[in-house]
Each structure stands twice: as C-alpha cells, then as structure tokens.
Design a protein around this ligand. Structure first.
Ligand SMILES: Cc1ncc(COP(=O)(O)O)c(C=O)c1O
Length: 404
C-alpha cells in the first residue's frame, strides 16, 4: 500500500503512533516536487526555500538526476567496496580535481563523514606526534551531527542531555575567537574542527580573518584543520567551497547534503599525507560509495560545475539578501539582522521565528529556522529571481501578521 492510499489525517495519526518522536513535524506531508516547488498530500503548492535542509541544490526532479537514477538502478545498484566501483572512482577524481584534496572516503551522511574525519585526524596525530594526541577542538554553536562522537563535537549542550557518558577528547571554544583557539591548542590537540559558516547555529558568518587565522594557528602547532562543508559546500555560499572565500585550504573537508541532491551520501576529503594513515582494514563501510549513490553524485556535481551554479548562488543570493534588507529597513522593529553568503541566508527576528515559519507555510512558502530566533533560507541553487521576489513578499506579509 502506497502513501497515497490513505488521507492526510489518517497518515498523521499513524505517524504519531508508529514513528519515534525525534522531530517536531509540521502538519504537512510533501508528496511531489519540481524545481523549487513542492506539493503536499492535499495538493497545495509551496515554494521550497528549505531545499530539504540545503540538500536539493539542483531542485526537485531534475531531469539529469532522475535519468541517472533510473539508469543506474536498472544497471547496478550496489556492490561492496571489495571491488573497484567506477562511479566512485570518477566522483573521487572529480572532487579532487575541483578542490584541495588528493583522496576521498565515501560514506552515507554528514555525521559519518565527520566521524571519518575525526578518526583520520586522531590516527594522523598519533602517527605524527605522540600516542596521547587525540583532542578535537570545536566551536560553540557549531553542528556536526548526531552520532555520539559528532554530537559531542557539536558544542551545544542541548543536544547532549540524556546521552551521557559522551566520548572524551573534545574541547570547545567560542566561534570567531582566534585567541580562544590559540589558548586551547596544546600537546594533546589533533585537530580543529569548524564550519566556515555555522548553518544550524544561526547562519553565523565569521570575520574575514578567522579561517586564515585558524590555518596559521594549526600550522604553527602542527595540528590539522578540518572544515565541515556539509552545509556550505557544493556552491551553496557562492563559491564551490566556502573556504575559497578565505583563500586558505583545509587538511580535511567533509561533505554530504547536496552532493547527491537527496540520495544519501557523505564524503571525507583529505590531502595525500593525511589520507595515507588509512590503510586496508583501518576503516570501512557497507553502503558508502556504492554505484547508485556515486553515479548520482557524479551527475549532481558535474551539473553544479557545468551550469556554474555557485556563480548563480552568488548572484541570486545577493538579490535575496538585498530584498530582505529592504524588509529590515521597512520593519526595523521586527528584523534585527540579515546575514549569509550566496544562498545560505539568515534573518534574525524579534517575533518568535516559529510563528513566522507557520505563517509563511500557510501562505505557500517553506523556510527553515536556525540558532535562537533566526529564519534560515537554503533554496535550490537553480531558484530564479521571480521566486526570490515572491518568497520575500510572503516573508514580509508573515512578519506583518505577527505584528497584527
Ligand atoms: C554542518 C553540518 N555538519 C554535519 C551535519 C550532519 O549531517 P547528517 O544529518 O547528514 O548526519 C549537518 C546537518 O545538518 C550540518 O549542517
């Protein structure tokens, strides 16, 4: 029996009864998508400025993605990593050709990509220093995943409660504070882990000197710099990788989300000397890098590059931020700040963000939240300016609703 055989109310009752409650869900079931639009089970249309949380960069039902999925599913879905997988090799080569990296490990999610990065950094530190080097320094307000190690790397206590004992070897410092990192690095430090722009934490953009400063501190101390580009990568911020804005490169970078436009995938990229610490048997995965996920990743990433979608994100993102700044100037009592890069944009609100999200949804626009009271937008990179104008109109009306 498919999802369409029962009505929406029945479906939501079953959802309440049979799913573990890990997220507060909106009273909507999305059933179809096309480009930057989605439809719910009652046929209502929405502009999708969530992109499945910065995942569907090419939009919904992109013909090339659909074509690759059909073809690969009918040819070879899965084989183990005991065999060479041509699609995996091609995607790894493409990612290396377009980044700082020499080698790639594929997994299935962002959390797994970060787990791999942490394991890689610790092994590297032990082989290039002392056996007691293993600490990871991460930033307050950051987000790195929900597995035990990555939730511990996520320096937000609200995600830790109830899951203790947490794994050791993690230290937290404030975001955008180089002095704090300098003080925290010691002989036990293996790596510094940071998002170039904090996504979940509130679309927090650091000062221009922050990433270059971190690079310098890491080099001086002989520790690795791990950039979590799971949300910021793949063109989202107006460059293929957010580190390009800062003119520095990491030792390790993690990717997931938009890399296969919704087909689960994670990737951990590293320089040759760092990657060299993984040898046969040190790490592994059943599904990671399988023919299906990497074939889709190959199509998605090639399309991002060929269609210059990072440039487009830069251009359309400027329009989005400009229009939101217009809203702020008209409604300074409701909007505190607009910030972001490319098509990762946040707007700090005075009224409760949840009310504004609900009002936007009722008016046909889906948006995200982040941080304490930030409205977050991460539309597909193919979104057009007319949709941006429409989205901003809806946001302004939703803000006015709250005021009334
Ligand atoms: C920066 C960052 N890192 C890691 C993750 C975790 O990714 P996943 O949910 O695929 O495990 C997320 C998810 O929101 C993220 O934004």
């Amino acid at each position: 029996m498919g999802g369409r055989a029962v009505d929406t109310r029945q479906m939501m009752e079953w959802s309440d009864k049979h799913l573990m409650t890990f997220a507060k869900r909106y009273p909507v079931a999305l059933v179809r998508g096309d480009g930057a639009r989605v439809w719910d089970s009652d046929g209502k249309e929405y502009l999708d400025f969530t992109g499945g949380i910065a995942v569907t960069a090419l939009g919904h039902s992109h013909p090339k993605v659909v074509g690759t999925m059909r073809e690969q599913a009918a040819t070879l879905l899965h084989v183990s990593n005991y065999f060479h997988i041509p699609q995996q090799i091609h995607l790894a080569k493409l990612l290396c050709d377009h980044s700082f990296a020499d080698r790639v490990f594929f997994s299935n999610s962002g959390a797994e990509a970060n787990e791999t990065a942490i394991k890689l950094a610790r092994k590297w530190a032990k082989e290039h220093g002392a056996s007691d080097r293993g600490d990871i320094i991460s930033m307050r307000g950051g987000f790195h995943g929900r597995t035990l190690a990555t939730v511990t790397a996520t320096a937000q206590e609200k995600y830790h409660h109830g899951f203790e004992p947490l794994p050791g070897g993690f230290k937290y410092v404030p975001f955008n504070d180089l002095r704090a990192v300098e003080r925290a690095i010691d002989s036990h430090t293996a790596a510094v882990l940071v998002e170039p722009i904090q996504g979940e934490g509130g679309v927090n953009v650091p000062d221009d000197g922050y990433l270059p400063g971190l690079r310098k501190l890491c080099d001086e101390a002989g520790v690795l710099l791990i950039l979590d580009e799971i949300q910021t990568g793949m063109g989202r911020t107006g460059k293929l990788w957010a580190y390009e804005h800062a003119g520095v490169t990491p030792d390790i970078m993690t990717l997931a989300k938009a890399l296969a436009n919704g087909v689960p995938i994670g990737a951990t990229l590293a320089t040759e000397s760092v990657a060299a610490v993984f040898t046969p048997g040190t790490h592994g995965t059943t599904f990671g890098g399988n023919p299906f996920a990497t074939a889709v990743g190959l199509t998605v990433f090639s399309t991002l590059v060929e269609d210059r979608l990072a440039d487009r994100a830069d251009r359309v993102g400027r329009v989005l931020r400009e229009r939101l700044l217009g809203v702020q100037s008209r409604r300074p009592k409701l909007v505190k700040e607009v910030r972001g890069r490319g098509l990762l944009v946040g707007m700090d609100l005075v009224p409760p963000v949840g009310d504004v999200v609900t009002s936007c949804r009722e008016r046909g626009l889906l948006v995200l939240t982040a941080g304490d009271n930030t409205l977050r937008m991460a539309p597909p990179l193919i979104v057009d300016e007319a949709s941006v104008e429409r989205a901003v109109e809806i946001i302004e009306r939703a803000l006015a609703d709250g005021k009334g």
